[in-house]
Design a protein around this ligand. Structure first.
Ligand code: SAM
Length: 234
């Protein structure tokens, strides 16, 4: 499995060290063990975890410049934030989720893997994005499988500095992009690229939407908890 993982990562032009691979495997073990009594993931087979969680998360590494600050919104069991941390000592990562038990799991992962320059926050993005220490403080926001693009834009773009990039990972996009275009504009950003990729040695398609913040987000966004999902901006 370790060789398979190393080879799949090389296809993304990522050369994993033995130490990094050992950390990923420790993470996999903690994920599978904890998942027996806590709902963390439906993906539990070794090969699937490697491909659909680890490799999938690493597809966004190419967009992240050195020494930047990143927040992973709705990180769940740590995707894509933890895999990025494992291979990037230089990037400062914040993991945000509204479910405290998932953050307890992530704090254990951080301790056991001895990860540095990474922290967790428990809260809803709608609230945390209004706190001064997090609002417009990040170079990158990432999100995978959290909500539709219009809703996610409202949850994520307020965290970005002007010039920062929201890296949104999606399986299906066409209709969502159309529906989110105006929301992105209202929030002070613009879609700069939609990259499609196929996960190595599979036929699994992924889309990575890059949204750049071009001006400050108005202080009324995000709206109160629940509203971005219930009434996505149009
Ligand atoms: N990003 C992870 C992944 O790809 O495996 C987790 C995806 S999981 C389907 C969605 C996560 O987003 C859940 O852990 C949920 O608690 C979190 N979430 C949903 N809405 C949120 C919000 N408004 N603020 C913070 N976290 C939220």
């Amino acid at each position: 499995m370790k060789t398979l993982f190393k080879n799949l990562a090389s296809e993304l032009k990522i050369e994993l060290t033995d130490e990094q691979i050992n950390r990923f495997f420790k993470y996999k073990k903690l994920l599978v063990e904890t998942n027996k009594y806590m709902n963390l993931t439906t993906i539990t087979e070794d090969r699937d975890i490697i491909l659909k969680h680890f490799i999938d998360s690493l597809t966004i590494n190419q967009y992240i410049e050195n020494e930047k600050k990143l927040i992973d919104v709705g990180t769940g069991a740590g995707f894509p934030g933890v895999p990025i941390k494992i291979i990037r000592d230089d990037v400062e990562i914040t993991l945000l989720d509204s479910l405290n038990k998932r953050l307890n799991f992530l704090n254990t992962v951080i301790d056991e893997l001895k990860l540095k320059k990474i922290n967790t926050i428990h809260g809803r993005a709608e609230d945390v994005a209004h706190f001064n220490e997090y609002r417009e403080q990040f170079d990158y926001v990432t999100a995978r499988a959290v909500a539709n693009l219009a809703t996610l834009s409202e949850l994520c773009i307020p965290f970005l500095k002007v010039g920062g990039i929201f890296i949104c990972m999606k399986a299906n996009i066409e209709e969502e992009i159309e529906n989110a275009k105006n929301a992105v504009k209202i929030l002070g950003a613009e879609i700069i690229a939609i990259d499609q990729c196929i996960l190595p040695e599979s036929n699994i398609e992924r889309n990575i939407i890059l949204i750049k913040k071009v001006k400050n987000t108005l202080s009324n966004y995000p709206r109160k908890a629940g509203l971005p999902a219930k009434f996505p901006l149009k």
